[in-house]
Structures are given as C-alpha cells and as structure tokens.
Design a protein around this ligand. Structure first.
Ligand code: 1HN
Length: 370
C-alpha cells in the first residue's frame, strides 16, 4: 500500500464544482479560505521537507571563498562569507531546514567589528591558525577543526592575527529559525569593538576539565559557559570512547559537545556532535526529525541520504533534511574518519517533536537510487 494515500477516509477529499469554486473566490475576498483545500498539504502524514540532500566539496568552494578576499572588504560586507544554499530553501538562505551555514574568510591581520543578534552561532575552523573571537568580552583563540560557540545575544567580533595566511571557518546559525519565529534582533556594538579581558581562553581554563569550578560562581544562563572545544582533546575523547565500546549502529562512535554544567546541548537551539567511523565501518540507516549539517573533519567516506550517494573527504559539507534516511561509511580501510555536525535537535526535543526510527527492511540499509 502507498503510505502517502490521501484518498483514505479521515483525509480531506472534496472534489471540484462550479459552486465550490465560486465559494472559494468569495472566501478569498474576505482574506479567508476553506481548510479542506489545503489540509492534506499543511498536515502531511509525515515530514515533507523542501530541503534536499546536498554536498558541497571544499575543493570547489575554498578557491571561491579565497576569491572574495580581495573583492570585498570584510568591514563593508559585515562578514565576508560564502553561504551554502539549499536549492529548496533559497528564499530562507538556509542550508537545510531552518539552519544556515557558510564559509567565512578572514585575511591576515584582519579584525571585524562587534555586534550581537538573536540568532545563535557556532564555528568550525577549516584552515588557518590565527583565528580569534571575542564573545562577551572573552577572547578565545581557535585553530583548525576547533569548535566554538557564540550564544544568542552575546557580543562577538572576530579576527585573524596570523601575518601570512587567511583563516577559513564555517559558521552555523539558526537565523532561518529565528526568522520563521519573527524574533530577529540585531545590534552593532556601541563602541564598535569590545575591550577583552586579559585572560585568553578563560572558559577553557575554567570548564574544559572533568571537574567544575565550585562555590565561586553560579552559572545560570541557558548556554554553555565553555565556549570552545579544541580538536585534539575532542578527537581523543572519541578515541577513548571507541575503546570503551561499540558505539551506535547508526552513527558509529558519537559524542555531543556538551554544556559542562547541565550535560545538555551547548545552546538552546543548536547542538553539535563529533563522530568517529572505524576503518571500513558502515552504519545502518535511520531517520529522525531535525535537520543536520555535517562537515567531514577527518578522512573520507560515503553517506547515503534519501537514497542518494555522496562521497566526502575532509572539509566537505553535506546536509541531511528532517526525516530523510541516512547512513554513513568510512571508505578508508586503514584510517578512522570523523564527522563534525550541528543540528536543531534541542528545538525538536524541547518542543516534544523529536522522533527517530531505524530502517525496517533490507537488513537496515536503504535502497540506493543514485
Ligand atoms: C554573523 O554574525 C557572523 O559574526 C557570520 O561572524 C555569519 C550570518 C548571518 C548573520 C550573522 C559572524 C553570519 C552572521
């Protein structure tokens, strides 16, 4: 049986007639309409994302991102970013679902002005060693494959203190979500630049261990007090977990970047993961509500998303729309592969909309259509 059958009892199935057509026109004149003409579309049996699976190759994009460096001044552009646009979400500037992502380039010695906005942001560094960011007065330095957050409404500005090489990092924001909720605000810092405290990476000094500061400070904001996660200890955490057990049949060895105070997601709207696929490992297919932006952090592999096969290697970005079947494989027989990803699961979970299921047939794999 077709599992998308709108002719069944319980679904809207009203035919056409001249009387009905006239009636619809009369309603439209009053900014009104008959629900049954759209009911099946606005209440689908299961999610019908407009977003499609897409893979952006870093080898294609990085030269184009570098091209922007002499073309626009970062200050004139606000931020010098090439955004990744899903063909089904162009009007929202979304990469998938209600998530935005883009590749930002900062030239040697460049520094940008400070602003804050209702949208939350995160960064994953692709290349360059000189990147810094100041988040609410706290200076944080980030290098390749480090992950950092800019929680919503925190003042932030960035720059590149290297003298010889650009930085390219990937921004992830929940802008399309904020706009869908008509909740966007944006402010330029009154002084244009923040005055950073003298201690660099103070959130890491305080919160990056397995113990927490006690008695001196109580953290009550809705985001992680730890603002950065360097690559090496994150990768090491994955390798340790891989020694402790098998991991997930759908994701391999997977961990969540966590708010150390709550154990929950780093921000209220977006969560981030790092996962490791053992040499040659292939996962089983599953699907869930919520959209995911993946970045290959290490190695190479293949993901099948909604029946489409995508080959990736370090630096490539690809997206999995909500409720799309997906499975990943490490195609290197000798090296592990790692995927960084961010998602809107905290939104799904906090609103009671998270659902997940395993692929029921075909030994847990989806048919590959292309
Ligand atoms: C933003 O604030 C940054 O601070 C990057 O680097 C990308 C895209 C849309 C809106 C704000 C940044 C952004 C952004």
């Amino acid at each position: 049986m077709n599992d998308y059958d709108d002719t069944r009892p319980g679904r809207a199935r009203v035919g056409d007639s001249p009387e009905l057509a006239a009636y619809y026109e009369e309603l439209a004149k009053h900014e009104a309409g008959a629900l049954w003409t759209v009911a099946n579309e606005i209440e689908p049996w299961y999610p019908q994302p407009r977003s499609v699976p897409v893979l952006w190759r870093y080898a294609d994009l990085a030269p184009l991102v570098r091209k922007a460096l002499p073309l626009v001044r970062a200050d004139d552009a606000g931020r010098r970013v090439v955004m990744l646009v899903n063909p089904g979400r162009r009007e929202l500037s979304a990469a998938v679902g209600l998530l935005y992502t883009g590749l930002q380039i900062m030239g040697p010695g460049e520094a940008m002005t400070a602003h804050r906005h209702q949208a939350a942001a995160l960064r994953f560094v692709h290349e360059g060693t000189g990147a810094w960011t100041i988040v609410d007065g706290q200076k944080l330095k980030v290098g390749p494959r480090d992950f950092a957050i800019t929680p919503n409404n925190t003042w932030h500005e960035h720059g590149n203190e290297a003298s010889d090489e650009p930085v390219i990092w990937q921004d992830g924001l929940d802008i399309p979500l904020v706009n869908a909720l008509d909740a966007g605000f944006y402010e330029v810092h009154p002084e244009l630049y923040q005055q950073p405290g003298t201690v660099v990476n103070s959130s890491l000094l305080s919160y990056a261990g397995t113990l927490l500061p006690y008695g001196v400070e109580t953290w009550s904001r809705p985001y992680s007090p730890l603002l950065g996660w360097p690559w090496e200890p994150s990768y090491e955490a994955l390798r340790r977990l891989a020694r402790a057990g098998e991991g997930s049949p759908y994701d391999g060895v997977i961990m969540e970047y966590a708010n150390p105070v709550t154990g929950g997601s780093v921000m209220p709207t977006m969560s981030a993961h790092l996962q490791l696929l053992r040499p040659g490992q292939a996962t089983l297919a599953h699907r869930h509500t919520g959209s995911v932006v993946y970045t290959a952090a290490k190695g190479r592999g293949v993901s099948v998303i909604a029946g489409q096969r995508f080959e990736w290697q370090q630096g490539d970005v690809f997206v999995v729309p909500s409720w799309a079947w997906h499975e990943h494989a490490n195609s290197d027989p000798g090296e592990d592969a790692c995927l960084f990803s961010f998602n809107d699961f905290p939104v799904m979970r906090s609103l009671g909309m998270y659902r997940e299921e395993a692929h029921p047939d075909n030994a847990g794999h989806q048919p590959v259509l292309s």
